[in-house]
Design a binder for this molecule. Sequence first.
Ligand SMILES: [Zn+2]
Length: 262
Amino acid sequence: MQIDVLTSGIWQTTTTILSHAGTCVVVDPAYFPRELAAIAARVAELGRAEAVVFTHGHWDHVMGHTALPDAPVWLHRGLAEAIAGGDPRAARYLEDAREFDSRWYVPRPAGHRWPTTLCGLGDGERVELGAIAVRALDLPGHSPDGLGLVVEDVLLVGDYLSPCEIPFVDDPAAYRRTLQRLIDLLGRDLREVIPGHGPRLTAAEALAIARADLAYLEKLIATGHRRDVAGARAIELPRAADVVGMSDHHRDNCAKVGIALR
Ligand SMILES: [Zn+2]
């Protein structure tokens, strides 16, 4: 299996092309039109797109399927149900993309829409996508619809374990459980981790990030239990503290444990 990772100009968002024997699986094709054209061109060089996979429903990960219109899209079963059922959460994801594109004059001729062919995956499920076998992991916490993929000895992890940012927490308890699970997995026979934002990681690098993030989550949750506003403010960010906006993300995380930082 060959792995190509293409990196978007926004937030180092990664698109992963897994290819083997002429079939390609494209994970999170993103984001700008010329980047999507480059992804489609690379797939054409390698063979054909057997499947697209979304690691979760956030807008920056789900717009690129229109560049590979013949491929069915695999995603978290809960997201497939949310889309099919017209859940406001799924509508919000599309609206977020629409707002971003509008703000930055990004043309999106294929529109802001979900794929027509959705294939839901549950935890532990194994599927053969052409010549590529993948195992699905349910990874809630950053969003309720997080889907990890284990492909041979590589883990694609969506918006966890990024070296570029702190955890963006939707559900603190679920996020902590997911990190514990990832730490357990990384201690076994994985070689490489591909996060949704930032460079490819060795398993050891990813494990170090996972442990730092778990320590951050533990502190966040503990300060929430104590209603400790000063303690929450004093939590050291695990990385990227000098990145503009990261302290705002920490404030959002504090709100998720019931602490309002001003
Ligand atoms: Zn996300």
